[in-house]
Design a protein. Sequence first.
Length: 323
Amino acid sequence: MGTSSERAEAARQGGHSAQLTAGGPGAPRMAPEDGRAAGGAQPPVALSPSRASDFQQCPLLYRFRVIDKLPEKPSAAATRGTVVHAVLERLFDAPAAERTAPGARAMVPGEWEKLLARRPELAELFADDADGERLSAWLAEAEALVERWFSLEDPTRLEPAERELYVETVLESGLQLRGFIDRVDIAPTGEVRIVDYKTGKAPRPQFAEGALFQMKFYALVMWRRGGAVPRRLQLVYLGSGDVVTYDPTEADLRGVERKLLALWEAIQLATRTGDWRPRPTKLCGWCDHQAHCPEFGGTPPVYPLQVRPAEPGGEPQGRMGAI
Ligand code: SF4
């Protein structure tokens, strides 16, 4: 998601009541975690695209992240994504004529330093890099991603309405949705375009729906907040130099809403019963929690929430993979 899901700053915490909050230039992406609250484990209270994706990938992974809040190692790829996103956000602070590729590349080391100051634990990424060679290569990769963006969009012709926009809404059902949108453009006609930067490569067509789901999630939040259905959703893949667009309809968004409600019911059932099933896939290779996962011989921590048995005939959450 890379994401957004690829970004280390997607770690959410705290509590928000505002319906719409701009993060502000360079502000870290700190938002309420779906179930996070001070003072111990809490049941999930909201859904974000990243956590919805976690649950669909593996319910046990969702539990480890949202309920147990198990720590995860910093990732070089996710951290690079955070730095690239910060540059693409801050770049618009400058007057249009000064938004150049060399200028943007030059911002990369400074944004890394700022991120490191906020999150000193990221130093461990380069702890064994005595000569600084790996750090230099990593920064060069980030600079290349930033530079590629200039072949896909022209920032001298863009004036975003919002950058790093925190959005939140409560559906009629009571389900709270929240997330961050990289950029919102509003045309003189009032039409809205939602833009998301991905530092990875565009997925093959058969996997494109997953990335679009995140964008439709944001579109649903914008629409249900009382706005119009966004005219266009745009994914900018810096890794491969692709731009994917989709023009959603009300029917699309109603479909996403139904899926999210089904997903939320499955999450609530698992929360009540404590029945969080592992769903092993190739993605387990990237999971930090194998030591706690029964699929890899591990044992999950003691479940920190009160357990209530499932209703007879209730749908086991392990079957919700098709959502
Ligand atoms: S290792 Fe795989 S199955 Fe186990 S929790 Fe992680 S993603 Fe789920």
